[in-house]
Design a protein around this ligand. Structure first.
Ligand SMILES: *Cc1c(COP(=O)(O)O)cnc(C)c1O
Length: 235
């Protein structure tokens, strides 16, 4: 892609975020943006960094690690794992990423907590929720999420920073919005419970095709790829 397009695309996205926030009576400054760089080259990521982006999302560990290593000299850059992760890759992922947004099983969480114990630090995670009920999606089912969060909260070296979901892939806005409403309501219920740390603050939902709806429903972290970098080639 043309590297100069990234700055222009970013500006257009920021304007849309501002307008959607205004419509919802929200402050756009409270909505953070994760640039999803899966399939993007180092050159493109560097251009995004120069345009001011600091949070980057990758969905495959194998693809991400060489990029993270190659870009270590960029200051204050935060990497977010947003793809399904096998439990046996937990440690490696925790070593490379600022936050793991796609924690979808107790086993994975347990391994991360163990690694946190061994390295003497909390591992920052979001709990992924399957809000659409689609069988192809990863994430905890909504039905028993409150109980499951309780179990996760008992793991000593995890910092549960919030929830993440991927909206259903459909043009039906009502269904997309419904998925976001479900996540927001779960988020609010969990936040109001005593015992969970004050770190539980992030509601990660909204991608290129649905981020304005997500903002209307309270999202404070968007994950945007194509809107910044153009269409991806098949992986
Ligand atoms: C690819 C991906 C995104 C970004 O999707 P776009 O439609 O390119 O904005 C966001 N979240 C997750 C989990 C992804 O895998």
């Amino acid at each position: 892609m043309m590297l100069t397009a990234i700055g222009t695309n970013l500006q257009a996205i920021r304007e849309k975020i501002a307008r959607a926030a205004e419509r919802a009576g929200r402050n756009p400054a409270e909505i953070s943006l994760v640039a999803v760089t899966k399939t993007c080259s180092l050159e493109v990521i560097r251009a995004a960094y120069s345009a001011g982006l600091r949070d980057f999302g990758e969905n495959r560990l194998q693809e991400a690690i060489p990029k993270i290593e190659a870009l270590r000299n960029l200051a204050n850059l935060r990497w977010h794992m947003i793809g399904h992760l096998q439990s046996n890759k937990a440690r490696k992922c925790a070593d490379y990423f600022h936050m793991i947004q796609s924690v979808d099983t107790f086993e994975l969480a347990q391994r991360l907590s163990l690694h946190g114990a061994q390295t003497n630090r909390p591992i920052r995670i979001l709990v992924e929720v399957n809000t659409s009920g689609e069988a192809t999606k990863f994430g905890y089912p909504t039905e028993n999420l409150l109980d499951e969060i309780g179990r996760l909260a008992d793991l000593p070296h995890l910092q549960i920073a919030g929830l993440m979901t991927i909206g259903p892939l459909t043009r039906d806005e009502r269904r997309v919005r419904q998925a976001f409403i479900v996540l927001r309501e779960l988020f609010e219920r969990i936040q109001s419970r005593p015992g969970l740390s004050e770190e539980f603050k992030i509601l990660s939902m909204g991608m290129t095709d649905d981020f304005e709806l997500a903002i209307a429903e309270g999202s404070n972290m968007l994950r945007i790829g194509r809107g910044l970098f153009g269409e991806r080639r098949m992986q």
